[in-house]
Design a protein around this ligand. Structure first.
Ligand code: PEP
Length: 252
């Protein structure tokens, strides 16, 4: 049985006090959500205080990115995966489409970040997804499999225990336009098949694949009714404790 994961990506929003307030408001609202893993990803500067204030709760904290580097050194502006762990993060998101799109992140960099995250004992949420043009040209599957091939290259079967894939069609992120449950299911089933073929049937079966792209409390039921959708990576609707808890507390 794959345990669902509901992860909130707060992107570059919230001051320190707003981050703490939202986390503390969320805590009682999701306290009984033992059917899933609950994760929030504040900005780097809020990770320590948010994870301290959530200690002992069922909410875990993620970084939104990490360095490709694996050792400390003269790399201005970078944050090591091990430093995220040091301040309380247990997950890290890598390869988000906003990083690919606005910071020209490549699959090779996603791969280094993924390896760094795994080596630091973090669970890595690796994002992949096609643009609208790519979908309309019929290349959605090849784009996603190329991103995942590149991003996960060199990982062993045991490393894959620490990997969660997030399928996030770029055209559905922050646009209010969600993939239909059937469109999402089709891609999730494809991703699972690719993992099964590349590794083993068991690896494919065990892999958790989240959907991301305008997930809200009212479209969770449709998405979670699909057999290969194992949770959600949520942007906008994770910024408020009420809407995020509505997503977390959905049980299929
Ligand atoms: C995201 O940023 O990962 C995301 C899915 O955003 P939104 O839910 O706002 O579409």
């Amino acid at each position: 049985m794959r345990k669902p994961v509901i992860a909130g990506n707060w992107k570059m929003y919230k001051t320190l006090s707003e981050a703490v307030d939202t986390a503390l408001a969320l805590k009682p609202l999701v306290a009984n959500a033992n059917h899933c893993e609950v994760v929030i990803a504040p900005v780097f500067t809020a990770i320590k205080i948010v994870s301290d204030r959530l200690e002992g709760s069922n909410i875990k904290v993620a970084g939104q990115d990490c360095s490709t580097q694996t050792e400390e050194g003269a790399h201005t502006g970078e944050v090591l995966a091990s430093m995220l762990r040091d301040v309380g993060a247990r997950y890290v998101i890598v390869g988000h489409s906003e990083r690919r799109q606005f910071y020209s992140e490549t699959d090779a960099e996603v791969n280094k970040k993924t390896q760094a995250g795994v080596a630091s004992g973090l669970t890595v949420i690796v994002c992949a997804g096609e643009t609208l043009d790519q979908r309309e040209q019929g290349s959605a599957e090849s784009v996603v499999s190329q991103q995942l091939n590149g991003g996960l290259s060199g990982l062993t079967a045991s490393d894959l225990d620490r990997i969660i894939v997030a399928y996030e069609p770029v055209w559905a992120i922050g646009t209010g336009r969600t993939a239909t449950p059937e469109q999402a299911q089709e891609m999730h089933a494809f991703i699972r098949r690719v993992f099964a073929e590349r590794h083993s049937k068991e690896t494919g079966e065990a892999l958790r694949i989240l959907y991301g792209g305008s997930v809200k409390p009212d479209n969770m039921a449709g998405l979670m009714s699909q057999p290969d959708i194992d949770g959600a990576l949520v942007g906008g609707a994770s910024l408020k404790a009420e809407s995020f808890s509505g997503i977390v507390n959905y049980r299929r």
